[in-house]
Design a binder for this molecule. Structure first.
Ligand code: PLP
Length: 204
């Protein structure tokens, strides 16, 4: 009996990287189809979910399709089946407020360059009980609690997952600033389009 891993349609090629590591661990990848408007088929998701589903990977917003996934409904459905629920908010976080506690998903991820910050840094939020269950994925400074030739103990989360010298890069942009910047960019764009249209109309 293989554990099942259900994945929602990819928003970018990076997400297709899920398939090889999933296969290496004996997991079966299932993809929830979208309808003709690009919306996830929740009926299909319910059909694919079962007690062997270990994880449902969700993208909150697709910039390419302009779709917004009903994440609360999906998180509730996945949790009812006992699945771990990570949400990729990279394309939603600059547009929508997200309350990680009320949504109750297990993980949230985002890239800081999507909120007008520097490239190369991002955010991984994980529920304390999930993080406590997970081993470190990289080794380096700061994540060690104690080390001898015989044994190593690691810091509790989140330090355990932050190998290397900490706080070397910091984003100067807060979430509130990023939303206000996003609003100012939209206003500037709309005003510029109006200006171009009125220049074109007056030259006719
Ligand atoms: C929805 C989504 N997930 C993942 C990524 C990959 O992020 P990164 O380039 O920071 O690894 C992106 C790219 O910005 C994205 O838009």
């Amino acid at each position: 009996m293989h554990p099942a891993l259900l994945s929602l349609p990819p928003a970018d090629s990076g997400r297709l990287r899920t398939a090889p590591p999933a296969a290496e661990r004996g997991a079966k990848l299932k993809v929830v189809p979208v309808d003709s408007r690009g919306q996830l088929r929740l009926d299909e998701m319910q059909r694919l979910l079962n007690s062997r589903t270990k994880m449902v990977s969700i993208i909150h917003v697709s910039n390419a399709l302009g779709t917004v996934t009903p994440i609360q409904e999906i998180v509730d459905l996945g949790h009812r089946a006992g699945a771990c629920m990570p949400i990729d908010c990279a394309q939603s976080v600059s547009h929508l407020p997200i309350n990680v506690q009320s949504l109750d998903a297990d993980f949230f991820v985002l890239s800081v360059h999507r909120v007008f910050g520097p490239t190369g840094i991002g955010v991984l939020y994980g529920k304390a009980e999930r993080l406590e269950d997970m081993p470190p994925w990289q080794g380096g400074g700061n994540m060690i609690e104690d080390v001898t030739f015989e044994r190593t103990t690691h810091q509790p989360p989140p330090g355990r997952f932050e190998a290397g010298t900490g706080k070397a890069a910091a984003s100067p942009v807060s979430m509130r600033e990023s939303r206000s910047l996003s609003g100012r960019c939209s206003n500037w764009l709309l005003t510029s389009i109006e200006d171009v249209c009125s220049t074109v109309n007056s030259s006719r």
